[in-house]
Design a protein around this ligand. Structure first.
Ligand SMILES: Cc1ncc(COP(=O)(O)O)c(C=O)c1O
Length: 287
């Protein structure tokens, strides 16, 4: 039986309900984190919680749980669901707004009407969405028509407004690609629909800078730190899409995939079309 942690209570999935007036449901007003569970332990937990708290502060979501409290709930959710290797999803929405509680405009958060309390949902699932074959062969991706808006206040936050990414992924799938890539409004490289992107050129690792319209991925940051530790030069900068095909290797990152080779974009091969040595090296040390 699946057990879900709802605002600190552990409930069977069929009994875990959120209010119809929750601002996460009404407006996509909320945040989430997807965390890799390895050997029953949440990987990079501190970093995920740090991003969550920082983003909650930005959006003024009143989370009354401490980081230590959240960590305990996360560990308990993993334990109760007996997840050894898999994923954990944490959702923190703005909850039911104060005005909705007072019976005014349904659920909207007015200027001074902070939510009474955030809604917290945690669940953990066994298994991962990526196969050994994908790591062996590498993924294929392509550019979708929608652009990431590098000036949007949402683009650097992992919010419940995820539909743009889902639609991009759907467009990619329909075209036979594994992942969708976004340019930003200036026509430069931003990120994937569920991942950050890296290029390897002349033994140098390159990734779009944080102001290019992308999520500051936990794995992206970990890769940059691993590069420093391994003595690999890394650059965060403006990257033009053409550079992809000048690169010797490309790879994608997210919390569940770690480091995933990217061997083809828009039907054109990258390097020799096979996972590269730097990609494989980083993939071995990332978790
Ligand atoms: C749009 C987007 N960019 C980047 C990432 C990678 O972030 P992380 O490494 O924190 O999983 C994700 C993760 O799902 C994402 O959805």
């Amino acid at each position: 039986m699946e057990i879900i942690c709802l605002n600190g209570d552990f409930l069977p999935a069929e009994k875990a309900f959120v209010s119809a007036l929750d601002q996460g449901f009404l407006y996509g007003f909320g945040l989430f984190e997807t965390i890799f569970v390895k050997g029953g332990r949440p990987v990079f937990l501190e970093r995920h919680l740090e991003r969550l708290f920082r983003s909650a502060h930005t959006l003024e979501i009143p989370c009354f749980f401490s980081a230590a409290g959240l960590a305990r709930m996360i560990e308990e959710t993993i334990r109760k669901n007996k997840v050894k290797n898999g994923s954990l999803r944490l959702t923190l929405s703005a909850g039911v707004g104060a005005q909705a509680m007072a019976g005014h405009f349904p659920g909207a958060q007015g200027e001074k009407s902070a939510a009474v309390q955030a809604t917290l949902v945690i669940f953990a699932r066994r298994g991962l969405p990526y196969t050994p074959d994908q790591y062996r062969r590498g993924l294929r991706a392509g550019f979708v028509s929608a652009r990431k808006n590098e000036r949007s206040p949402l683009v650097g936050l992992k919010t419940l407004n995820y539909l743009e990414n889902l639609l991009a992924k759907k467009e990619a799938r329909a075209r036979g690609w594994d992942e969708a890539l976004f340019l930003n409004t200036a026509g430069n490289l931003a990120e994937g629909s569920v991942s950050n992107i890296f290029l390897v050129r002349e033994d140098r690792v390159i990734t779009p800078a944080l102001d290019q319209g992308l999520l500051p991925g936990i794995t992206r940051q970990a890769v940059l730190e691993k590069c420093a530790a391994l003595g690999i030069e890394a650059e965060e900068r403006v990257v033009s899409p053409q550079e992809i095909w000048q690169a010797r290797e490309c790879f994608l990152t997210n919390a569940l995939m770690g480091v995933m080779p990217l061997v083809e974009v828009d039907g054109r091969m990258i390097g020799d079309g096979r996972p590269g040595a730097v990609t494989q090296k980083l993939g071995q040390v990332i978790f």
